[in-house]
Ligand binder design. Sequence first.
Ligand SMILES: Cc1ncc(COP(=O)(O)O)c(C=O)c1O
Length: 499
Amino acid sequence: MKLIFERSQAGRRGSAIPNAGLPVPEVPEELRRRKPPRLPEVAEPEIVRHFTALADRTFGVDTGFYPLGSCTMKHNPRVNERVVSLPGFRDLHPLQEEEGAQGALELMWRLQEILAEVCGLDAVSLQPAAGSQGELTGLMLMRAYFADRGEADQRRTVITADTAHGTNPASVTMAGFNLQKVETDARGNLDLDDLRAKVGEETAGLMLTNPSTLGLFDEHIEEVAAIFHDAGALLYYDGANLNAVCGISRPGDMGFDIVHINLHKTFSQPHGGGGPGGGPIVVRDLLEPFLPVPAVVRKDDDFALDYDRPKSIGKVRGYTGPFGVFVRSYAFIRAYGPALRLMSEAAVLNANYMLARLRDAYELPFDRLCMHEFVLSARNLKREHGITALDVAKRLMDFGFHPPTIYFPLIVAEALMIEPTETEPKETLDAFCDAMLEIAREARDDASVLKEAPHSRPVRRLDEVKAAKRAIVRYRFGDHPDLAGEPSKGEAVEVQKGA
Ligand SMILES: Cc1ncc(COP(=O)(O)O)c(C=O)c1O
């Protein structure tokens, strides 16, 4: 497919606007262009075709099944787009004074109340714009809490699981803590012996996803919480997998003190391609004084922004957070009402249905009922036929599916992490399982068809490391460096996708 610049023909225009004879403003000499900008010159029908062709090549949850484990790619109800477009929400300026923004503040306050209830905790800040920013904010709260108790120099270590998402260790390091990893036991839980050996007076806290990135609920979570609390440490809940437990079990009841919620996953904010997202944090009352300012508060029948929090860690994002995300999530949650647990129950049921259909064709590293997602391994296909998780993922594209997350969590060789979500019908789950079973059969009978997949996409196998590290994002007008022969640092690397 040609680039828009390669379609350019000198003198072509997208549209013709009559010259209204308006005065030409005086631009100071030193600010004037020496040459006209080198914009593509393309007629309107060609522009439309160009961008439509590009859009046709994009795969999203609106075009097909997208079981990208840990990313919760669920359907985003369109009514939420109507609601967020209501002029009172859409046209509100972030600096509007409180009297003129009561509806927006009330919505934020109500969303806070709901999130606190869902988590079984006490106070909320909606500010962080992503799960990862929620993580950093939560760890900054942890630091502020221990500093306030005079334990900042002592409590230097945060423990994460060896199944943790990459953002967990990154956030720990960014927040200035030392990182320690705890191992997973044979049933997919945190290894309690390893944990006990690592928790001590220097421990600030634990960071854990529950259910974990293996799709397994930790069977000893209360014991884990006791180990940390007995040592005077705190527990942080990475809420990326909250879709499994809403209305069923609450992080606060499990013993967690700080939670982030990925609104763009559990509460249906269209995501992918970098945003927009929402990563509110929810905390136990002992951490409330440290939350970012401003806090959205209720004063009798009015709603206000409270900056008077002397122990606050300060602001972590401009204004009060990603407001459009709040409106969509609020609308989504209110549409369920008290039946919110149906969402999680259906997500868990769908995942277990698929697991039951696929468990004989692929290896199951931890043989347990799963939560809202599950992790299989293509280890058996690799051992017997030389077929890897990457080959399976690429072949799935030929069947019209987005691949699952692969090579994550890192402790499972040839991992395939599948998350169907609650919004997919049984026919779609069956069609995906049929494709996975067919791929396992192909591995046995016709492995070359897998090695060369995908066969039906505009591009085949890419050097994904080079594509990420040497992305060319601007047109160079005839100056096209030939990168073909350039060595790629990651030639032997199978790149982790998703999560
Ligand atoms: C388990 C887990 N933790 C944290 C994150 C980070 O969340 P975000 O992408 O919103 O920054 C993700 C993201 O996919 C995740 O899967």
